[in-house]
Design a protein around this ligand. Structure first.
Ligand code: ATP
Length: 411
């Protein structure tokens, strides 16, 4: 392999790692794939034919770094003092007892380890041992597939054993402009028809979708997921809106708008990206349940589903206080997302986001108490009457509010 394309610091680091060990050791997966494609990738996954945790511990001590290990999986992550992370794993083979099950793991050779991987282009390793540093290990014709732009699984049961590979295949296909080979497209369709996705946990599917949303090719990837009817396979009520690309572009614009005008607010961008995938309220609830979305995200998505109905109650002549009252219960993400979509409500939403929601009431319950009023349910009505008049520009001072409320008369 042409290791001269490796950034010098990483090259030195890999050489150092190779010199420190007497067992066969390799860097594998995405790093090698992207090195061959001349794309930057600084994720180092190291496979050792031996005890990865013991070796990672040794390097941690040497570098004065930090170690995180999972004995059960034989994996370890070393964080160097400068924050750079390297993953280590003992070479293993995996067998699956039933679809989507966790695999049974045995220690093995680098070849075993490459055969357990998802696609031939990800089953490439680069030798780190000093005598053979830089040599490519390719037992699945990965290089040939990489050159041809082919995404190919290593055996026909691959998508059945781990259906998350379906998402990965589509993600890589769009990221690199490759194609999933015909046979594998058939395997994907067959696996989906067999209902394999039902065996996959919501969390794992959610992780895959998060990875897809982080790519630069989201509209194309989502279109491809639709071609395979994947959303419906995840949850029968899930049909991504047909105007997804328009929604996606609108969401990106909305995010830019928010970073400019709402920079002091904490906007959950992931929530806005998820909103592009979900349409009606009914489906949003069903999908949230299937994927086990956390309450915070779920409530934002559901609020977005409800917002459309609320907006129907507003019109261009709505008073600011009406806009305030109707939009106040909604999270910023739902409002910002909708801002770019519903033209005829743009002004109302913008006005609420930039101005109205920041207005501080001129009077509070304490003011009413000081004026001798007894706290009670009437406080809510009085305070809202005062605040809505303030929002609508009818009053500007406390005195004007007291006159409006005729409080002086009541004392
Ligand atoms: P990306 O650029 O998307 O992060 P990557 O190849 O680094 O690509 P990871 O998810 O970090 O992807 O996985 C690292 C490697 O682990 C992959 O290259 C692949 O060899 C293997 N791998 C990851 N997920 C699977 C899977 N579901 N089945 C088999 N092998 C997998």
């Amino acid at each position: 392999m042409n290791d001269s394309k490796i950034p010098p610091q990483i090259h030195d680091l890999l050489q150092e790692i190779g010199k420190e060990v007497h067992q066969p050791i390799y860097v594998v997966g995405g790093f090698v794939r992207d090195l061959l494609l001349r794309r930057e990738n600084l994720d180092l996954d190291i496979v050792i034919e031996g005890d990865a945790i013991a070796f990672a511990q040794y390097l941690t001590d040497k570098w004065d770094g930090r170690l995180q290990s999972h004995r059960k999986f034989g994996t370890a992550t070393v964080t160097r003092p400068d924050g750079f992370k390297i993953d280590f794993v003992s070479a293993r083979s995996e067998t699956y007892e039933h679809p989507a099950a966790l695999p049974l793991v045995r220690w093995g050779t680098i070849e075993d380890d490459l055969y357990r991987r998802d696609f031939s282009m990800n089953a490439l390793a680069m030798d780190l041992n000093p005598d053979s540093f830089g040599a490519l290990v390719d037992c699945t014709d990965g290089l040939k597939d990489l050159r041809a732009g082919n995404i190919r699984v290593l055996h026909n049961q691959s998508f059945i054993h781990d259906p998350t590979r379906i998402f990965r295949a589509i993600r890589y296909e769009q990221r690199y402009g490759f194609q999933i080979v015909e046979n594998d497209q058939t395997l994907i369709r067959e696996a989906i028809c067999q209902g394999v996705l039902e065996f996959v946990s919501g969390q794992r599917i959610r992780n895959e979708i998060d990875c897809i949303l982080a790519e630069e090719t989201v509209p194309r990837t989502v279109q491809r997921l639709r071609e395979f009817d994947l959303f419906r396979a995840i949850q029968p009520k899930w049909s991504v809106p047909v105007d997804f690309t328009t929604r996606w572009n609108a969401a990106r614009k909305a995010i830019d708008w928010a970073s400019k005008y709402l920079s002091e607010d904490k906007i959950n961008i992931d929530a806005m990206l998820w909103m592009t995938l979900l349409g009606c309220l009914h489906a949003t609830e069903a999908v949230s349940n299937r994927l086990g979305l956390e309450n915070q995200l779920r409530s934002k998505l559901i609020a977005k589903g409800r917002l459309c109905k609320t907006l129907d109650k507003l019109n261009p002549d709505s008073k600011p206080s009406e806009v305030y009252m109707l939009l106040k219960p909604y999270p910023l993400e739902a409002l910002v997302f909708t801002l770019m979509q519903v033209d005829w409500q743009t002004e109302n939403i913008k006005n609420y986001l930039i101005k109205l929601r920041r207005v501080q009431p001129l009077i509070s319950g304490d003011d009413l108490i000081q004026l001798g009023l007894k706290p009670g349910r009437c406080f809510t009505d009085l305070l809202w009457k005062a605040f809505s008049a303030q929002l609508d520009g009818k009053v500007f001072t406390k005195q004007e509010i007291y006159q409006l409320l005729r409080i002086k008369d009541e004392i």
